[in-house]
Design a protein around this ligand. Sequence first.
Ligand SMILES: C[S@@+](CC[C@H](N)C(=O)[O-])C[C@H]1O[C@@H](n2cnc3c(N)ncnc32)[C@H](O)[C@@H]1O
Length: 218
Amino acid sequence: MSLVKSKKRVADHGEVFTPAWMVEAMLDLVKEETERIDSRFLEPACGSGNFIVRILQRKLAAVEVKYGKSDFERRHYALLALMCIYGIELLTDNIAECRSNVLEVFTEYLNLDDKNELYQAASYVLSQNLVHGDALTMRTKDGQPITFAEWGYLGKGKYQRRDFRFDALTGSSAFSAEDSLFAHLGKHEIFLPLKTYPSMTVRELAATAQVGGPMEAS
Ligand SMILES: C[S@@+](CC[C@H](N)C(=O)[O-])C[C@H]1O[C@@H](n2cnc3c(N)ncnc32)[C@H](O)[C@@H]1O
C-alpha cells in the first residue's frame, strides 16, 4: 500500500500512513498488551487502520491459543478482542476503510458471511468503537461529544456495555495526581458512565445493528 494518497491530504491532514515494519516494531514495545485479549487500545488518528488491524490480528492469535478448542468460546472471545479496540478518524473515506479492514480480519478469522449474527454484531461494535470525528475537539463529525463504549464479557455468551464521554476519560490523569483535590476519590466516583446497558448476547447486538440504534439504556 502507498503511504501517501495525495500531497494535498498530507498538507491538510498530515496523512502519511505507517509502514508495516514500523507498526510491528512499535507494537512490540507493548507486546504483552497487544497479545492480551481484553487490553484496550485507542488510536486517535487511525487512518485506514494500520495499527488497529495488526492489534486485532495479535489478539486473535491469543484467542486461538487460549480458546481454539471450543467454538463457542473462540467466537465470543474473538468478539471481545474486537470490542477492546477503538479509533477516531477525521476523514470519511479513511474511517470507512478502517471499519472495513478491521471487519475483514475478524470475519476471515471466524469464516463468517454477512448473514451471520456474529458478523452483524461485529459490524455494530465497529460502528460504535471506530468513530468518525475529531480527536482534538473530541467531537463527532456531527458535533456531538465523542463517547466510547466500555465492553466486557460476562461469560455464557453475554456482554455488558457502559458508555463514557471521551473528554471525561482524558481528564482522568489530572484527577489521579497526588495533589489533586480529588485524589482521595476512586475513579469510579468521578467518572460515572453516561449510560449502562442491560447485558446483551451476540443475537441482541446483531438485532441492534438491524434497527440502527443502541438498545434501551438506564
Ligand atoms: C499520519 S496519518 C496516520 C494514519 C494511521 N495511524 C497510520 O499510522 O497509518 C494521520 C491520520 O489522522 C487523521 N487525522 C488528522 N487530524 C485528525 C484529527 N484531528 N482527529 C482525528 N483524525 C485526524 C488523518 O486523516 C490521517 O488519516
